[in-house]
Design a protein. Structure first.
Lengths: 291, 298
């Protein structure tokens, strides 16, 4: 997969072989490169939020309520006179943390469960029914209901979003395990007396890395969207932490007066999710995964 | 269905957090909490609670709302019609647009048209539903003034007003679903268009539209129908958010209000009913397989 792009500089004789290789990579994988670039921008914007001429995201300026965008207030101000630009940049933090955490945690749990379920037939029948049951509940509704049971915090949002995602990962892993289990190399390993846990980790897990990587990006994209949905509906990130969802939730009463409170965070949200999805599509093409 | 019911119940009880404590509020005494717990039957052992709840559900009793005191089934009945129309229109729009653009993209593979459709599809399912809703409201209702900003008009009050209130929410909701359907249609059509019988049909000089629809689309329809069924979950999730943006009195609003008020029986009931509908739709999809492809038998 990467051997084509890394072997090219060896043959290229022009002054900047590395740059040529990069250009070729860009031409072949435009979606992946564009997605990664945008994602990197959002990451830099969020992580280094205090650097980008922002201020305190919670600072209220009663004299400057609902100001339209201007050179001083790039994205305008909200009903408390808080700077929408500052809040939007800080909001990137919650979205990125939730997206990455949900992808990692659901992948870790889902992979473990999937490996075990796929290998032990007796567990399979029971556990897959449970997973089917879970998957029959629309993810957002399930996450909403779970949030209703817990207090609003970023950690709880992550938990509420991980639970609906796990069955989907389990299904993917289990399907691959079922087909790989019959593979000659596994049969050979078994004949050599390799124990089951070792077979799972050494023979089956490596084959799953590529599809799981692609799955992780899609889980990440939907987690970022769902965090915004939950916060927008008032069941997500608590109001004292600015997130794109709750900025828009607070702005929705003022749509007619101050459209910019909703416009900018939503634009960031849409672009970020799009970027993550593009990375996923790009990876899928690069790693040649079907479906 | 039994598994779904059990899963809904178990999940809401296994999650950390005690409903009684949350209902009682921050200033409640231990006695208050114990009283609420007893009233809700939460002091019973887990398996007894499950048995009682399942027994009621089987008889069609979803419990009583803590907030309004009305039976949950009545509340759901009042709100179901709005959500039904909203999702129905959204589904019609997304299939009506998504399938044709997917077919065209596959037919003209690699062209700018194909690329435009693919970009539209990815953007479609990356789009935050509520944000799109606000943009559409701002453009068509607030600025242009062509359509009502919010609210719902029942069908009984005239078809014109019914449709004009429903069109923006339905379009908003359909975009995510449309992207998904267009992508699946294109992928599935590409697989079929490579077949020999398609080349034969074109070689015979049949009209391209006829070949695409009658020869290709028919054989490419199974994955499309599957995604329509699975994507229904997205549609319902989107409906919750869309109803909140457009102030539509549907199941989504009922859920969100119930969550704000910690009205657990209502949350459980809605979850169960919606999941039931989802399972039924996918059952219909399974039956459709047989109609679309006579080779499949059960």
């Amino acid at each position: 997969m990467s051997s084509t792009s890394s072997s090219i500089p060896a043959f290229a004789t022009d002054a900047a072989p590395r740059a040529a290789a990069w250009r070729r990579f860009l031409r072949r994988q435009p979606t992946l490169v564009i997605g990664l670039a945008v994602l990197l921008l959002v990451l830099v914007a969020g992580v280094l939020a205090p650097v980008w001429w922002t201020g305190d995201p919670q600072q209220m300026r009663p004299g400057q309520r609902l100001q339209p965008p201007s050179f001083v207030r790039w994205f305008g101000s909200d009903q408390f006179g808080r700077d929408v630009y500052t809040r939007t940049l800080y909001g990137a933090r919650v979205s990125l943390v939730v997206g990455a955490a949900v992808a990692l945690v659901s992948l870790a749990f889902g992979t473990m469960l999937g490996l075990v379920i796929g290998f032990y037939r007796r567990l399979d029948a029971v556990m897959m029914r449970v997973m089917d049951g879970l998957m029959a509940i629309p993810a957002i509704l399930l996450a909403l209901a779970l949030m209703a049971m817990m207090r609003g915090s970023v950690r709880n949002v992550i938990i509420a979003l991980v639970i609906p995602e796990i069955p989907r990962v389990v299904r993917l892993v289990r399907a691959s395990v079922l087909s790989l289990r019959e593979h000659t190399m596994v049969e050979g390993a078994r004949a050599l007396g390799v124990r089951t846990p070792r077979i799972l980790v050494r023979y089956i897990l490596p084959a799953l890395v590529a599809p799981l990587l692609v799955q992780a990006t899609y889980v990440c994209a939907s987690a970022i969207l769902f965090e915004a949905y939950l916060s927008f509906l008032g069941a997500g990130t608590p109001p004292h932490i600015p997130s794109w969802g709750n900025i828009m939730a607070e702005g929705k009463t003022y749509v007619q007066l101050a459209f910019w409170i909703i416009l900018f965070p939503g634009l960031f949200l849409a672009v970020t999710v799009l970027a993550v999805n593009l990375v996923g599509d790009g990876l899928r093409d690069l790693l040649k995964i079907r479906g | 269905m039994g598994v779904v019911a059990l899963a809904v119940f178990a999940l809401l009880h296994v999650t950390p957090g005690d409903p009684a404590v949350i209902i009682a509020g921050d200033y409640a005494t231990t006695d208050d909490i114990a009283r609420i717990r007893a009233r809700l039957g939460l002091d019973q052992p887990f398996h007894t609670q499950v048995a009682i709840w399942l027994g009621r559900v089987v008889r069609g009793d979803l419990g009583t709302s803590i907030f309004s005191g009305l039976p949950v089934s009545t509340l759901i009945g009042q709100r179901a019609a709005t959500t039904f129309w909203l999702t129905l229109f959204a589904m019609l729009i997304s299939v009506g647009v998504g399938v044709p653009i997917g077919v065209v993209a596959a037919w003209r593979k690699g062209s700018w048209l194909d690329r435009a459709v693919m970009v539209f599809a990815v953007s479609g399912f990356s789009m935050p539903t509520f944000w799109l809703g606000f943009i559409l409201v701002y453009v068509f209702a607030i600025t242009a003034g062509w359509l009502p900003v919010q609210g719902y008009a029942p069908l009984g009050g005239g078809v014109g007003s019914f449709l004009s209130h429903l069109i923006l929410p339905a379009v908003t909701l359909s975009v995510v679903y449309m992207g998904l359907i267009a992508r699946m249609t294109r992928a599935s059509m590409l697989g079929v268009l490579d077949e020999d019988y398609i080349r034969t049909a074109f070689a015979k000089g049949l009209a391209p539209s006829g070949v695409l629809v009658r020869h290709a689309l028919k054989n490419a329809s199974l994955p499309i129908v599957t995604i329509v069924g699975i994507g229904f979950a997205l549609l319902i999730g989107g409906a919750v958010v869309t109803e909140s943006v457009f102030a539509l009195p549907g199941l989504g609003r009922l859920t969100v209000d119930a969550i704000v008020r910690r009205d657990y029986p209502v949350i459980q009931g809605v979850l169960l009913v919606v999941s039931g509908v989802y399972v039924m739709i996918n059952l219909v999809v399974d039956v459709l397989y047989v109609v679309l492809d006579p080779r499949i038998r059960y």
